[in-house]
Design a protein around this ligand. Structure first.
Ligand SMILES: [Zn+2]
Length: 98
């Protein structure tokens, strides 16, 4: 079993570490560390590599498109609700020139 597939998590505050800790560096609690296997858990924190699962084309649903809000209401509307993961969107134009 590969060591890289394991992460150590604090049961008190949820702090994640690649190494085992006796005292949590985040909340300073002792013996709250437990080992967690990285499987299908989706956690975007701390650069954990996501493994993409291949999906058959006829099983791809349109609803699976996740749009991420850019934080700009106007831009979100132009993009159709936000940025689509994996897509490339070029945003250009200069204000005042039409
Ligand atoms: Zn903690």
């Amino acid at each position: 079993m590969a060591k890289a597939n394991t992460v150590f998590v604090c049961s008190n505050c949820g702090n994640e570490s690649s190494k085992w800790f006796g005292k949590c560096p985040a909340c300073n609690e002792w013996n709250t560390c437990y080992e967690e296997k990285l499987t299908s858990k989706t956690n975007s924190k701390s650069g954990t590599k996501k493994v993409a699962t291949p999906v058959k084309l006829n099983e791809v649903k349109k609803q699976d498109i996740v749009r991420t809000s850019t934080g700009f209401t106007e831009l979100d509307r132009v993009l159709g609700g936000g940025l689509v993961k994996g897509s490339l969107t070029l945003v250009g134009g200069e204000p005042g020139i039409r």
